[in-house]
Ligand binder design. Sequence first.
Ligand SMILES: [Zn+2]
Length: 88
Amino acid sequence: MSCSEDPTCQELLDHIYELVDADEDAIDERSRALLAAHAAVCPSCRDAVDAERHVRELLRRCCGESVHAPAALRVRVVSMTTRVRRTE
Ligand SMILES: [Zn+2]
């Protein structure tokens, strides 16, 4: 993270897994609050967080609780869900 108060979209995307996971070891409370605040006002980041949450849910449902999908698969699923949402 930079030392600026406002996280950028890139910073949010860099930390999106930590944000969605709410992994307290991976990201501190303050950074997460700033990222969450950014996602609340930034439509593209909110979409990205929604898509990531959606992916989590799908993976949990079909693969069980503790599976971590390979990054490449995640990217594909995220782009798929994003595309589906756009055509709705
Ligand atoms: Zn953003």
